[in-house]
Design a protein. Structure first.
Length: 246
C-alpha cells in the first residue's frame, strides 16, 4: 500500500491491494501463483525431518513462523518494536525441540543458542537455477527471484568466462553490461561480432527455446543511454565520443 502510493501515487486500501494481487496471480498471470507460493511449511518439514501436520500444529499461521524465526535468529523485539515475552521465547524453543527429528540440528536447538545461521537452517529452503546451481537456506524473496535473476547471472558468468578464454580484456561487469577494452586499430566490426556471438551462445545454452539478442557500443569510455552506434561514410563502426563538461 505504501509502495503504491510513494512510487505511483495510487491510493489503495489493504483489502484492495490483496484483491489486486490475487487477481494478478490467479487470473492475469497464473504462472506467478506457482512462483510466489509460500513453501515455508514444507521447508521446515524438510529441514527438521518432521511432518506437515506437526509443523502446522506448532506454527499454523505465517505470523507465528515469522516470530519464531526472529526469536531463533536472536531478535528480542517484533518488527513493530514490542519485546518478546520470556514465555513465548521458551515456547518457540520447546516446540522446535519437540518437532525436530534431524540429528544435525538437535544439539543447536536443545542449547537454545540463537543465531541467524540456525534460523536459516530451520526456516529457509533452497532454490535451483535452470543451469543446476543450488542456493541453500534462502528466504522467500531470494527463492522466488533465483530462477530468474540466477539464470541471468549464470548466463552472464558463462559468457564472461568464454570472453576471457577468447582473449578479450574485460575491465568491467555492470548488471547486464560487460566493458571490454580493444586496442586502437582493431577490426572493430569483427571484434563486435565475435563478442555478440559469445554472449548470445552462452545464454542460448541455458534458454534454448528463447531468441537471445545483444547490443554493443564502441566508445572511448563507458556511456549510458547512447541510442545508436556511430558509423563512418563506408558504414564501418567508429568510436562514439562526446565532450564532457569540465
Amino acid at each position: 500500500v505504501a509502495y503504491a502510493k510513494s512510487s505511483y501515487g495510487v491510493d489503495l486500501t489493504l483489502e484492495q491491494a490483496k484483491a489486486f494481487r490475487l487477481r494478478l496471480i490467479n487470473n492475469v498471470y497464473p504462472e506467478l501463483g506457482a512462483v510466489l507460493r509460500d513453501t515455508q511449511v514444507q521447508d521446515i518439514v524438510s529441514n527438521l525431518h518432521t511432518t506437515k501436520t506437526r509443523v502446522m500444529q506448532a506454527f499454523a499461521q505465517r505470523e507465528q513462523r515469522l516470530h519464531a524465526g526472529r526469536i531463533v535468529a536472536g531478535c528480542t523485539e517484533t518488527p513493530e518494536g514490542a519485546s518478546y515475552q520470556e514465555d513465548l521465547i521458551a515456547h518457540v524453543w520447546r516446540c522446535l525441540e519437540q518437532l525436530s527429528e534431524n540429528p544435525a540440528l538437535h544439539r543447536e536447538i536443545k542449547s537454545q543458542q540463537p543465531s541467524t545461521l540456525l534460523m536459516r537452517r530451520i526456516f529457509f529452503g533452497s532454490a535451483v537455477t535452470l543451469s543446476g546451481r543450488l542456493r541453500g537456506h534462502v528466504g522467500f524473496s531470494q527463492k522466488a527471484n533465483t530462477p530468474f535473476q540466477g539464470l541471468a547471472a549464470d548466463g552472464n558468468k558463462l559468457a564472461l568466462f568464454r570472453l576471457l578464454r577468447a582473449g578479450f580484456q574485460v575491465c568491467g561487469f555492470i548488471h547486464d553490461e560487460m566493458l571490454i577494452l580493444v586496442p586502437d586499430g582493431t577490426d572493430y566490426q569483427a571484434a563486435a561480432d565475435q563478442v555478440q556471438q559469445i554472449l548470445a551462445s552462452a545464454m542460448q545454452e541455458l534458454c534454448p527455446d528463447i531468441p537471445i539478442g545483444t547490443e554493443y557500443l564502441l566508445a572511448d569510455r563507458w556511456y549510458k543511454d547512447v541510442d545508436q552506434q556511430p558509423r563512418d561514410g563506408q558504414h564501418k563502426i567508429i568510436p562514439f565520443t562526446k565532450t564532457l563538461p569540465c
